[in-house]
Design a protein around this ligand. Structure first.
Ligand SMILES: Nc1ncnc2c1ncn2[C@@H]1O[C@H](COP(=O)(O)OP(=O)(O)OP(=O)(O)O)[C@@H](O)[C@H]1O
Ligand SMILES: [Mg+2]
Length: 341
């Protein structure tokens, strides 16, 4: 991508500016940069897709889905979509770090309560997008991001590049069961049915979420380090582990609710509506009331922040927080100077 964007900054549509040194992530089909809206100086995120010979529809599809989900809690705000001769740009809300980065900052160990609090938010995001007839199809820690500033206790769901409607717009009918589908998603967190080439539905998003919860609680999954001669062999080894490992072995040393969660989501039928409350209640039942903190006032992000600043915080997370402090300071100053005029 860098070769194509050789300048230090890039002006987009006479309204946005992108800074090359501020790359936030590189995805499978484009990069994400930080930028500003030059009309109001607000920071923004920009997802870029390079236009190749064939029709590029992925970013357009993502923009349409994000637009359809606007207004939902924990859904990033969509600001604009711009096409130029070489690139497509999606302009949207700037968020903080993703849950995988956060997990690594904590040396891959979240407390049980932190996993539960994050898990409850992630179930709610899935419940919302499913209520809008959308399945995500790439549920993994890197696709959940923490908000910035006053929203830094909110877990956002992102990356709708592979998402799809599971109900027909006109008839409201559920998509048909199919097999022989190409694998899409991320093999570590993919459901067994996805590996087997079966059309994804709501149950697959939730099975991926179950793997995230186990990963956060145990620090790893048995198939993360699997190797193979090629992609095909590696994927089939991962699938065989997922199928053959006993749920109780996979969830060993964890509260029994983890096994119940995974068993429930694996048993869901293709078209079945998941019982999100049942899953939330399983998580709530595991919450340990420590130091008079109950689930209602347990703010895992706040706790993580404090821990990361004062104990083992890394540069990345410190920067995320300090930038907000600087931003708040700058905007307060400009309000003060405006009010003086
Ligand atoms: N709005 C945002 N604000 C801050 N960082 C972001 C934002 N959107 C994405 N990122 C960062 O960029 C990474 C990649 O973004 P995204 O998942 O949307 O791209 P992708 O091309 O679909 O990636 P992949 O295929 O690897 O999942 C995210 O994991 C996150 O760390
Ligand atoms: Mg992603």
């Amino acid at each position: 991508m860098k070769n194509f964007l050789s300048n230090e900054s890039l002006s987009i549509g006479n309204k946005y500016k992108l800074y090359l040194r501020n790359r936030l992530g590189n995805g499978s089909f484009g990069d994400i940069y930080k930028g500003i809206n030059t009309t109001n100086n607000k920071k923004i995120a920009i997802k870029i897709e390079q236009i190749k010979k064939q029709n590029n529809l992925q970013l357009k599809n993502e923009t349409e889905i994000l637009s359809f989900l606007q207004g939902g809690f924990g859904i990033p705000k969509l600001y604009d979509y711009i096409r130029t001769s070489k690139f497509n740009f999606m302009i949207f809300e700037l968020l903080g770090i993703n849950l995988d980065q956060l997990f690594h900052l904590f040396n891959k160990k979240f407390t049980n309560n932190t996993t539960i609090a994050l898990g409850l938010q992630m179930i709610e995001r899935l419940e919302f997008i499913h209520s809008r007839h959308i399945i995500h199809r790439d549920i993994k820690p890197d696709n959940f991001l923490i908000g910035k500033g006053k929203n830094d206790s909110i877990v956002y769901i992102c990356d709708f590049g592979l998402s799809k409607r599971f109900r027909d717009k006109k008839t409201g009918l559920h998509i048909q069961y199919k097999n022989g589908k190409h694998f899409i998603g991320t093999q570590i967190f993919a459901s067994i049915y996805t590996h087997l080439g079966i059309e994804q539905s709501r149950r697959d998003d939730l099975e991926s979420l179950a793997y995230i919860l186990i990963y956060f609680s145990k620090g790893d999954l048995p198939w993360t380090k699997v190797k193979g001669k090629n992609r095909k062999e590696k994927y089939s080894k991962v699938l065989s582990l997922k199928i053959n490992i006993n749920i109780s072995d996979l969830c060993s040393e964890l509260p029994k609710e983890y096994s119940k969660f995974l068993k429930y989501v694996r048993d869901l039928q293709f078209e079945e509506k998941p019982d999100y409350d049942y899953l939330k209640n399983l998580l709530k039942a595991m919450f340990v009331n420590e130091n008079n903190v109950n689930l209602e006032n347990f703010d895992c992000i706040d706790m993580l922040k404090k821990k990361s600043i004062y104990k083992n915080g890394s540069e990345l997370y410190k920067r995320h927080i300090e930038e907000d402090i600087v931003n708040n300071y700058v905007s307060k100053k400009s309000i003060e100077s405006n009010s003086k005029e």
